[in-house]
Design a binder for this molecule. Structure first.
Ligand code: B3K
Ligand code: ZN
Length: 844
């Protein structure tokens, strides 16, 4: 397979003014007629006319009305073209019913839908399928199905056809078409300039009752983007469609967002609080793409973080505004450390702007998205909120309608603020998580912080340069008074010293407040100081992080030396838990232990080989100890978290249920599941039903409830995904692989549905000790199923194969078994390009 390089970018030879498409839909023989106005690109370096096209049956081609016979390969089409502008026409036949890759035009439960990002449009018709070719689209759909949708505004429709027109030039990856027997949940929004926009969420009949929350989230997003970024919506209509079979969360097609049903449908009975919050964030994310992604798109796929990092940053700001910034920042840091740091530390490490790829779909990663968002957060911290706004206004004014680059993005900051960002730009090109080492000293009223930075080598990048790292610092005195308020230090050298004068005693430092940079802090603070910060830090992130670091230290010592937990941790935790002045959501964060995977990483960082079973036992032992230590307070705390009145997924109620369920899980360790059974029976919402079931399964009970759950929810796909996943994630380590294997034999297991596949195998990965069971059964099972899935759905196969990316951490026996599983996948005949690239990189 061919590797594509950023340095080889060349402008397109031809540009397009407008495109007309006609779809004659039929499940196995859809005809696509295209009529495209091309003109030579004055900025092009060559004049080769090439159109991408894959899996297309070419029926007819014409230029300026004259039939031609082009040269066709597996990848596309070429032909000679006249000088100057011309009209290219083609008719192709495609087979949506046979398209199980869920990329291009495919069928899901009787409905037609599309997914074109990144390179799916070339499976629909011949086209320059690259984001820097932008055109207006007119689309005619012919089908007997009642609902026929495409991008933009509706033009006309009658029985058997509909026509759409999208006035905004767009790249082909934003094209979308939907046809099906759908019902809508309608609403409307009046924009800041007074235009009325019709809003719809389209679903299969029966799902109408699960749209209201998504619709409210959409309206909040539209309002927020007007108020915070000054961005108004630009069409008469905004459609969202829910689809059962989808490779990721959702897709921001212009005016016609297509969503994984799991990322939009919700009711109190069927969705958890976490589902509601995720839906709100994804709706916002896709909506925000209308400006950051669609109006301003990417020049090429190496610039993916231009739209994704910025749009994630925007959706994080939105969620913070809706639900509280402290807990949102904590949640984001937990996810970043668990998943992005893991990626950055392993064989798949790559820069936020990669320099090469084989299959671009493999680069929709935590690094591009989440580290990409962190870079924007750092920029905003460095220039300040006011200058950030100025730069963003300039970005929209200067680049509206463009296919832009990271250089363009940084230039608006430099032009708006005067700041030289040459060194800062390294964040985009240098992979790996920087480590910031902190050493301090105090004498005669002066406190010195010695900061140094280093980034470990990553594949293809042995040597690293210093970055610009914003480190937010506050200092507290012994009484807990803040003697230096949050101050932003800019670390730009390999090592630097920052001085604070006029102090009356040695302060306790709170460093990297609000998680001010995506770095690993090496600052050996004593448990006494950490307990002090847990009790007194005014920065909620660092208050929580101090507790987290204490918990991690406790767990490490339990794994290594079987040591008893430090009293400083237990006391500190108990104090925060019982303190009503902290909101329940925050207290739930403090109670949450690092994951077993986090402990494995901490051991690796300390130079040791993690034993997943030993880690599992330490975690279980600590939970039991916490339950025993807190025993007297648990029932009252649990009762305090009772939410009265009708279920609402708002932040306050969500926080209470979150803490209540964490306490329930501890209580079950002592009461044999009595309280959990009661909660299961009484629950009127999925959050409490599922948490009760999980608590029971974790103590080896809950089989009757599991059966009852299946009977109750067998006709609800999304709930059944939870049923599949929970059994695997809650299984005892030795039973995890067998449980997963048995579930793959369940009649409702469906290899063609990514949600179901991920429910089982995502849960297997999350059961760390189970996946890494010394028998190797987890590895073998996953490899077997990845090999089965690959010919059906390469994208999801490649994505799930990353479960193996930590193989080099483990002992020789586990390493050999994981490598064996990877090699078996790699040796599979006709393995997809997606999975080949992934397993090759993982094997390293
Ligand atoms: N832009 C899409 C992701 C497309 C993934 C293609 N494999 C969703 C999003 O980030 O909003
Ligand atoms: Zn996105």
């Amino acid at each position: 397979p061919q590797t594509i390089y950023l340095r080889d970018y060349a402008p397109p030879a031809f540009l397009i003014d407008d495109v007309q498409l006609t779809f004659k839909l039929a499940p196995s023989a859809t005809r696509v007629l295209s009529r495209i106005h091309f003109r030579p690109n004055p900025d092009a370096k060559d004049s080769v006319f090439f159109l991408h096209g894959e899996n297309l049956t070419l029926i007819r081609t014409a230029i300026n009305g004259n039939t031609i016979t082009p040269e066709v390969t597996d990848e596309g089409l070429t032909c000679t073209v006249p000088d100057g502008p011309f009209v290219f026409e083609a008719e192709v036949e495609i087979d949506p019913a046979a398209n199980t890759s869920l990329d291009g035009l495919y069928m899901s439960n009787g409905m037609y839908c599309t997914q074109c990002e990144a390179e799916g449009f070339r499976k629909i018709t011949y086209y320059p399928d690259r984001p820097d070719v932008m055109a207006t689209f007119k689309v005619r759909i012919e089908s007997e199905l009642p609902v026929l949708l495409s991008n933009g505004n509706p033009v006309a429709q009658d029985d058997g056809w509909a026509e759409w027109s999208d006035p905004w030039p767009k790249p082909a990856y934003l094209f979308a078409l939907v046809a099906g027997d759908l019902v809508n949940h309608p609403d409307s929004f009046t924009t800041m300039s007074g235009r009325d926009v019709a809003l719809n969420i389209w679903v299969r009949p029966g799902d109408e009752g699960k749209c209201a929350f998504g619709m409210e989230a959409l309206k909040k997003s539209m309002k927020w983007d007007e108020e915070v970024y000054g961005r108004e919506y630009d069409l008469d209509l905004f459609n969202i469609v829910a689809v059962d079979d989808f490779n990721m969360g959702a897709m921001e097609n212009k005016g016609l967002n297509i969503f994984n049903a799991a990322a939009v449908l919700a009711s109190p009975e069927t969705a958890t609080d976490a589902n509601f919050e995720r839906i709100e964030a994804i709706i916002a994310h896709e909506y925000f793409h209308n400006w950051t992604g669609n109006r301003i798109t990417c020049r090429d796929w190496f610039q993916l973080c231009l739209k994704e990092g910025l749009t994630v940053f925007r959706d994080q700001q939105f969620t913070g505004d809706m639900r509280g910034h402290a807990v949102k920042r904590i949640d984001d840091a937990i996810a970043l450390r668990a998943h992005q740091f893991r990626e950055d530390a392993g064989p798949l490490a790559h820069p936020v702007r990669p320099e090469s790829f084989v299959e671009i779909n493999n680069f929709y990663t935590m690094t591009v998205y989440e580290k990409g968002a962190e870079i924007i957060g750092m920029l905003r911290r460095l220039v300040g909120a006011g200058d950030y706004k100025k730069a963003l206004d300039l970005y929209f004014a200067r680049h509206d309608g463009d296919a832009a680059t990271i250089e363009d993005w940084l230039a608006v900051f430099t032009d708006a603020t005067g700041r030289d960002l040459t060194q800062f730009a390294r964040w985009y090109s240098q992979a790996g998580t920087p480590k910031v080492t902190v050493r301090d000293e105090y004498s005669n009223g002066t406190y010195r912080l010695h900061l140094s930075q280093s980034t470990p080598p990553t594949p293809g990048q042995p040597h690293k340069e210093p970055l610009v790292i914003p480190i937010a610092v506050g200092l507290l005195d012994e009484g807990g008074t803040e003697v230096v308020k949050t101050t932003l230090l800019e670390l730009t050298e390999a090592a630097e010293t920052f001085t604070f004068d006029d102090l009356s005693g040695k302060p306790i430092a709170s460093i990297q407040r609000d998680f001010s940079a995506p770095v690993i802090l090496d600052y050996p603070q004593s448990n006494k100081d950490l307990a002090f910060l847990l009790a007194h830090d005014t920065d909620p992130f660092n208050k929580w992080d101090a507790g987290r670091r204490l918990a991690q230290d406790v767990l490490l010592r339990m794994v290594r030396d079987d040591a008893a937990p430090d009293a400083a941790y237990l006391d500190g935790l108990a104090t925060v838990l019982r303190d009503d002045s902290y909101d329940p959501a925050f207290r739930a964060c403090v109670l949450l232990l690092p994951s077993e995977e986090d402990t494995a990483t901490a051991l690796v960082d300390a130079g040791q080989t993690p034993d997943p079973m030993a880690i599992y036992h330490a975690h279980e032992a600590l939970k039991l100890l916490l339950a025993q230590q807190l025993q007297d307070s648990l029932p009252r705390l649990y009762a305090d978290m009772t939410v009265t009145g009708a279920y609402s997924p708002d932040a306050v109620a969500t926080g209470k249920r979150s803490l209540g369920n964490a306490i329930l899980s501890l209580m079950s360790k002592l009461d044999g599941g009595k309280q959990a059974s009661a909660q299961y029976t009484d629950a009127d919402n999925m959050t409490q039903q599922l948490a009760a079931l999980a608590a029971l399964l974790k103590i080896g009970k809950g089989q009757p409830e599991l059966a009852a759950f299946e009977t109750q929810w067998q006709n609800d796909r999304l709930v059944m995904d939870k049923w599949f996943g929970l059994q695997v994630s809650c299984a005892a380590p030795r039973l995890a692989a067998t449980t997963a294997a048995n579930l793959t034999a369940h009649p409702a297991f469906d290899l063609k549905n990514p949600n179901r596949f991920r429910a089982v195998f995502g849960a297997l990965k999350s059961n760390t000790a189970g996946f890494h069971d010394p028998s190797g059964a987890g590895y073998d099972l996953l490899a077997d199923w990845l090999i089965k899935l690959d010919p059906i759905n390469p994208q999801t196969t490649a994505r799930v194969s990353t479960s193996f990316d930590t193989w080099k951490r483990y002992d020789p026996d586990r390493q050999a078994k994981m490598r064996g599983a990877l090699q078996r996948i790699a040796a599979t005949p006709h393995l997809s390009r997606d999975t080949t690239e992934m397993v090759t990189r993982i094997l390293g």
